[in-house]
Write a protein that binds this ligand. Structure first.
Ligand code: NAD
Ligand code: UFG
Length: 329
């Protein structure tokens, strides 16, 4: 039997594909390579270059492979871009989910694990954030993720599909063996941006605001290592396979680190000086986002292992220093 991994050539998807293969699962990948990389996947993995919104292609894949569950990573996922192009986000993310759920229904598939985001919470009323806290997205990206969760809920009630929605907080790092890592052409994430300094691709890091109500004035986030994230997906699949009812789970390490603390961790991990300039705040950045992941611990038995920021950054650095141009060589 196989797991269909939609968006499996992306940063998080490719790490999950390796984790599935490591434990002997059959895997089929569908990805349109908008932001993903064919090179991030072993050549032996069945790969379909195409769009999750293509119902005929989904029918073909599901008739050619004995798929028993789906992990869905496909999305447009840049917050700023989503504000500029909301309909592109609704089309790719929400309509993509519709076409996928319709195909699952047609082919009798009843298990899906989904990439949600802390962006569904918007500006939180309290931290750490619990899954049942209010969701009030402050941008179209977060709105699409919330809508996709609601679609799975209602379709599940009607058609018996069970889902696990994993609300990732800040994902960082790379596979420990350095074989794959994060390569977003339009990079917005803090850790890879910091590491562009020791790679001589930028002279300094611009800190987006140091006047937040936090101890050092910079924003606090909850960074979760990509390998721990992959482990959570395996546990989510196991949970659904065992007949678990699924639901929504936060995934974070449970501790918050400021932008300045992450830069310090990168100095320690790389041994390089990392000059900093303080710039204006980035619109829409909450001061503090920290997950309460107790539910994932209790229901899925998930315990994040790589929780020292130096260690998370070190795995990212191991990838970037050996692949300074990402998958481009
Ligand atoms: P990514 O852009 O590297 O991966 C997304 C993959 O989906 C890419 O390979 C892309 O080519 C593919 N894709 C997009 N639209 C598609 C479509 N219509 N048909 C087929 N393939 C399509 O992003 P990522 O960082 O790996 O994120 C993966 C998922 O996790 C996304 O859903 C994202 O919203 C979510 N997420 C990411 C983070 C993070 O910190 N990176 C945090 C929270 C949630
Ligand atoms: N930051 C900087 N300078 C940079 C880049 C980032 O100071 O050059 C800061 C940001 O202001 C933020 C922190 O570093 O305070 C982390 O920023 P990222 O862009 O790496 O991550 P976000 O916290 O903005 O994004 C995460 C997830 C998104 C999700 C969002 C919800 O990656 O998927 O949380 O707010 F939408």
């Amino acid at each position: 039997m196989s797991v269909l991994v939609c968006g499996g050539a992306g940063y998080i998807g490719s790490h999950n594909v390796r984790a599935l293969l490591d434990r002997g699962e059959g895997v089929v990948v569908l990805d349109n390579l908008w932001t993903g990389h064919r090179e991030s996947l072993p050549g032996s993995v069945p790969f379909y270059e195409g769009d999750v919104r293509d119902a005929a292609l989904l029918d073909r894949i599901l008739s050619e492979h004995p798929v028993e569950s789906v992990i869905h990573f496909c999305a447009c996922s840049l917050v700023g871009e989503s504000v500029e192009q909301p309909l592109r986000y609704f089309n790719n993310n929400v309509y993509g989910m519709q076409v996928l759920l319709e195909a699952m229904e047609r082919h009798g598939l009843d298990k899906i694990v989904f990439s949600s985001s802390a962006a569904v919470y918007g500006e939180p009323r309290r931290v750490p954030i619990l899954e049942d806290d209010e969701t009030a997205p402050t941008n179209p990206y977060g709105e699409t993720k919330r809508t996709m969760e609601r679609m799975m809920h209602w379709v599940g009630l009607r058609h018996g599909i069970r889902y696990v929605s994993l609300r990732y907080f800040n994902v960082a790092g790379a596979r420990e063996d350095g074989s794959i890592g994060e390569d977003h052409r339009n990079e917005t994430h803090l850790v890879p941006i910091i590491l562009q300094v020791p790679l001589s691709r930028r002279t300094h890091v611009t800190v987006y605001g140091d006047d937040y109500p936090t101890p050092d004035g910079t924003c606090i986030r909850d960074y979760v290592h990509i390998s721990d994230l992959a482990d959570a997906h395996l546990r989510a699949l196991d949970h659904l396979r065992a007949g678990g009812e699924g639901g929504i789970f936060n995934l974070g390490s449970g501790a918050g680190y400021s932008v300045r603390e992450m830069i310090e961790a990168a100095r320690a991990a790389t041994g390089h000086a990392i000059p900093v300039e303080v710039g204006p705040r980035r619109a829409g950045d909450p001061a503090r986002l920290v997950a309460d992941s107790t539910r994932a611990r209790e229901v899925l038995g998930w315990v994040p292992r790589v929780t020292r920021m130096e260690d998370i950054v070190a795995t990212a650095w191991n990838w970037h220093r050996t692949h300074p141009n990402g998958y481009g060589g």
